[in-house]
Design a protein around this ligand. Structure first.
Ligand code: PEP
Ligand code: MG
Length: 555
């Protein structure tokens, strides 16, 4: 029977790459880029120009107040706001408070007077707004502490005021005060990490299947589609459905179709949520099913531990380095709640810049100072982090494993292992993300206790294909035989050494691929919580011998 939520006529739908499973529907709200200031304009009528400034600030204030009121109504579950679910109510009322606070800043008489004074000094309205906001921002930043952290809010408000003045759409993460599908040209990991609970799905025009934005969406269980040509051309308010598995976008849905889609999605999630127990093939061969997390908030019951704790996700928007104490607290929070945890030391660089590291821009960042290589220029960062991991492990008595990202040579693995063991950490591993490391997996394993294959980067570097590139998904496909051959040789090295070799890239969460990876000899699969039930179910339907046959056929 035709699926009413996904009309098949070309005009009724769009398609991209499904990167985070689940289905959702809601009105589109687009995220516009910050406005570009046009060249300065000669001011002929000072009073008219000053009126433009005031009107822009009033319109930003009114917009924020209206959205705060809508968010507050949604939290109470009344009025015309689209109802938030119970889980969303707290987030929506917090959103209302934030929007109210921003409205107060935009309505600040001192700000308005500064902008009017700038007009009297000869600036046109957009440049006067730019000057006034920049002045207030710099004043806040100079005060340091909490106030300095609010400086970014002034940048956001400045962009909004200039956009209002120029008649452009409002930039920044929208906060319409009701559940919506976020549509953007592209999103940074920091944008995605900061999304409110009112976002029911996200769709971007750009982006690759294993980009960190996709990974963060998956971590939150948020249906997401990337590389969706034409999505930003849809008008705000258009109701669409998003299938994060197939990448299909349905456009122009009826209310009944939306209700049915939500019902089906809930039923599917409920069905999968009932699956439990450790990972096993049909003939009881154990395969540990672990979680990929970015913080304690991503922990869910039902897995056998954490196979990848991406610690850099804790600090994406930080301008100052996290202290030792702060790190101990963040790691201990996870250690206290999981059976075993593989902590990955900071993996900064390329699409995950960590501003507090102050690394200079590079012409080719994916091949530059990233992951473990940051240690070449800032050795204290790894020392402090290892100290904090060791302290958190001691304090909680956790089964803490530690591994480094972007290990390239056995010598790097040995140096990392020495430093980790010197702090009492006994389970030390290396990620295999670079073909050179995969080729020498046996020698890596003489230095470390386990390997964890990061298929996202291993694909990127094996196929020379940018993982964020929307047009290279075929090369980044984890079914590529060259990738599977590298995985097989790592697993074989693990078998020979009697040491575990897991997969923690996004490939591990693909239920169809899971038996193949097990057949290649992989001992654990680590994935976003949302993927665990379907991988568990699929594995339970194949014997180890079936898995080996599937693996042999796939290479
Ligand atoms: C990987 O590269 O597969 C991996 C797990 O690390 P990240 O995606 O964080 O780069
Ligand atoms: Mg990686």
């Amino acid at each position: 029977m035709a699926d009413p939520t996904h009309p098949t006529t070309p005009s009724a739908g769009l398609a991209g790459l499904g990167v985070s499973q689940g289905r959702a529907a809601g009105p589109v709200v687009r995220m516009a880029p910050p406005p570009v200031l046009p060249g300065p304009r000669q001011v002929a009528d000072l009073a008219a120009e000053a009126a433009m400034v005031v009107k822009a600030l009033e319109s930003v204030t009114a917009d924020l107040r209206q959205r705060a009121a809508t968010a507050a109504r949604a939290a109470r579950g009344d009025g015309n706001a689209a109802p938030a679910g119970d889980d969303d109510a707290a987030g929506t009322s917090a959103a209302a408070e934030i929007l109210d606070a921003l409205a107060m800043i935009a309505d600040d008489p001192m700000l308005r007077e500064d902008a009017e004074a700038a007009v009297r000094g000869g600036l046109d309205a957009p440049h006067a707004l730019d000057a006034a906001f920049t002045h207030h921002r710099d004043t806040l930043a100079a005060l340091g502490g909490y106030l300095a952290e609010r400086a970014a809010d002034l940048d956001d408000l400045k962009h909004r005021a200039i956009a209002a003045c120029l008649g452009l759409p409002m930039p920044g993460i929208p906060a319409p005060g009701h559940p919506y599908v976020l549509v953007a040209d592209d999103l940074s990991p920091a944008d995605t990490a900061g999304l409110g609970t009112d976002v029911v799905a996200l769709v971007t025009e750009k982006g690759g299947p294993t980009s960190h934005t996709a990974i963060l969406a998956r971590g939150r269980g948020l249906p997401a589609v990337v590389a969706c040509a034409g999505i930003t051309a849809l008008a705000d308010g258009t109701v669409i459905s998003v299938d994060g598995k197939t990448g299909q976008i349905g456009v122009g849905l009826t209310d009944e179709a939306v209700a049915e889609l939500r019902r089906n999605d809930r039923e599917e999630r409920d069905r999968l949520a009932k699956s439990s127990g450790p990972g096993r093939t049909a003939d009881d061969h154990p395969v540990k099913l672990l979680l990929n997390i970015g913080s304690a908030a991503d922990l869910r019951p039902g897995a056998e531990g954490v196979g990848l704790f991406r610690t850099e996700f804790l600090f994406l928007d930080r301008k100052q380095a996290p202290s030792f104490e702060e790190q101990v607290t963040a790691y201990a929070e996870v250690f206290a709640r999981a059976e075993m945890v593989v902590v990955r030391t900071l993996d900064a660089g390329t699409d995950k810049p960590l501003p507090f590291l102050g690394l200079p821009p590079e012409p080719n960042p994916a091949l530059g100072i990233r992951g473990l290589r940051v240690d070449r220029v800032l050795p204290d960062v790894l020392d402090t982090q290892l100290d904090a991991i060791a302290e958190a492990a001691r304090a909680t008595g956790a089964d803490a494993w530690v591994m480094a990202p972007m290990v390239t040579t056995p010598a790097e693995a040995a140096a990392f292992a020495r430093r980790a063991r010197a702090r009492g950490l006994t389970r030390v591993g290396a990620m295999v993300e670079v073909p050179a490391a995969a080729l020498l997996a046996d020698r890596l394993l003489t230095e470390v206790d386990f390997l964890s294959i990061g298929t996202n980067d291993l694909s990127q570097y094996t196929f020379a294909a940018d993982r964020q590139h929307p047009g290279l998904a075929d090369l980044l496909d984890p079914w590529q035989p060259a990738l599977l051959k590298l995985i097989a040789s790592c697993a074989e090295a693990g078998r020979a050494a009697g040491k575990p070799v897991g997969v923690c890239g996004e490939a591990a969460g693909d239920p169809q691929l899971a038996p193949v990876l097990v057949g290649l000899g992989v001992t654990s699969l680590s994935m976003a919580a949302v993927c665990v039930p379907s991988v568990r179910e699929e594995l339970s339907q194949h014997t180890l011998e079936d898995c080996r046959k599937l693996a042999a056929r796939s290479r």
